[in-house]
Ligand binder design. Structure first.
Ligand code: SF4
Length: 192
């Protein structure tokens, strides 16, 4: 076995940034399994849309519980669960402002350019990405997934730029808190 010499040391491990890394370029590349499941999610976008609405309803029902415990306190465990569940299903990068219901269940943060409004002008003639020639364009997949969804035309809405300060936070909790606030405001207006 070769001696470890100064200068032969292994390069320091890159810090995880959540940023997209093209496959074949970095040892951090995503496994094939993640990619296969990601495409499954796009093919089953209608079912996942239906399931997400039921799931969001349950989360909203639990609002009094989140409020009693404190949204700040539940943030860490819920973010952990969200990261693992959505990481498995969508190759989620935890941008904290989920757009899946507007992008055919194809996570836009998997686009090498992280475009929130795509596709770019570099889509190849076969529908693949210009940066990753073996990968179908995330936005081509988003369009296909959106065509299966009841509210698929949401893909035509212009998405806001990513707010980097929300990275690694829970979209589930944010959407729930916003829905609860909107519901309470509507009730207060009605009573006034
Ligand atoms: S849009 Fe953001 S939160 Fe949603 S799956 Fe992609 S990285 Fe995760």
């Amino acid at each position: 076995m070769a001696d470890a010499k100064p200068g032969n040391a292994a390069p320091a491990k890159k810090a995880a940034t959540g940023a997209y890394t093209p496959s074949g370029v970095s040892p951090n590349r995503r496994s094939r399994r993640s990619y296969t499941i990601r495409l499954w999610a796009v093919r089953h976008s209608r079912f996942l849309e239906w399931f997400y609405h039921r799931f969001a309803d349950v989360f909203l029902l639990l609002h009094p519980l989140w409020k009693a415990i404190g949204y700040n306190r539940v943030e860490t465990p819920i973010t952990f669960i969200e990261r693992n569940v959505k990481g498995l299903l969508f190759d989620c990068r935890m941008c904290g402002q989920c757009a899946l219901s507007s992008t055919g269940m194809s996570c836009p943060m998997n686009c090498p350019k992280q475009l929130r409004n795509g596709p770019c002008g570099g889509v190849r003639a076969n529908g693949n990405c210009e940066v990753e020639p073996d990968m179908p364009c995330v936005w081509v997949k988003a369009w296909e997934g959106s065509r299966n969804m009841v509210k698929g035309d949401a893909i035509l809405n212009v998405q806001k730029p990513v707010n980097q300060s929300l990275r690694e936070t829970s979209s589930w909790l944010r959407v729930t808190a916003q829905a609860a606030e909107a519901r309470e405001t509507a009730a207060a207006t009605k009573d006034a």
